[in-house]
Write a protein that binds this ligand. Structure first.
Ligand SMILES: [Zn+2]
Length: 235
């Protein structure tokens, strides 16, 4: 079984880069969770160094990776420089990185450039999470948090970014991104509105987009209505 370690940078007391209301810790957590979900839907075991806004020391992140014997370790960050001065994607590997890490870094970098980010290249750095992890490790900076163009891309092309990174990881593992033959969530919600099962599509869309669990009484009502619908249409 292949095990991937996903590391959403910063968190808790450490917000990472901050620009206006925007915090790196939030951006990378949301992205990391989405990638984790997508990888799991491809049958891959994914461990996350954090799934909440909590502080996790760098040494612990690396230790978790080594203890859990991940096959790859991917740290997700967003960059910052001077307001509106720099933009683009860069992917880091340790100077002594293995071929596997180099290859994964290149694929992640290329796939994000294809989404539309400026190509700042694959670079070497002696970062702790790259140095202390035994697994092939990469650290990707998904655009500059202090550049409006990159933030617009980050927000409007979220699904493409998730697919790009997921696809790069899957490619490294010799797997392919599954075709999205399932119904898209927007169409699913629209259909449920049409048949009267859902009355507040905005509520459900907000929950999904913000990764917030819906209220359990709403879920109960939804399940009741769906069961009624199935029963009516089966008889
Ligand atoms: Zn960072």
């Amino acid at each position: 079984m292949i095990k991937i370690g996903l590391d959403a940078g910063h968190g808790g007391a450490d917000p990472g880069a901050v620009y206006g209301e925007r915090k790196e810790a939030d951006d990378v957590l949301a992205l990391g969770k989405a990638i984790a979900g997508k990888l799991r839907s491809h049958g891959i075991i994914v461990g996350e160094t954090r799934t909440k806004d909590i502080s996790v020391p760098l040494s612990k992140r690396a230790r978790l990776s080594n203890e859990r014997a991940y096959d790859y370790f991917i740290s997700i960050h967003r960059n910052a420089y001077l307001p509106e001065m720099a933009s683009g994607v860069e992917t880091f590997i340790h100077p002594k990185a293995s071929d596997k890490a180099v290859s994964l870094a290149r694929t992640i970098q290329e796939s994000l450039v294809e989404v539309g980010f400026v190509d700042r290249g694959v670079k070497q750095a002696n970062f702790q999470v790259l140095r202390e992890t035994k697994a092939p490790a990469v650290l990707v900076e998904v655009g500059f948090l202090d550049h409006s163009d990159d933030n617009r891309m980050f927000d409007t092309k979220r699904d493409k970014i998730v697919d790009a990174i997921t696809n790069a990881i899957l490619g490294q593992l010799g797997k392919k991104l599954k075709e999205q033959d399932e119904m898209k969530i927007e169409s699913a919600i629209a259909l449920l509105v049409e048949v009267g099962i859902i009355e507040t599509p905005e509520y459900w869309e907000t929950c999904i987009n913000r990764n917030v669990p819906p209220r359990s009484d709403y879920v109960a009502l939804l399940l009741e209505r769906m069961a009624n619908f199935v029963q009516t249409n089966l008889n």
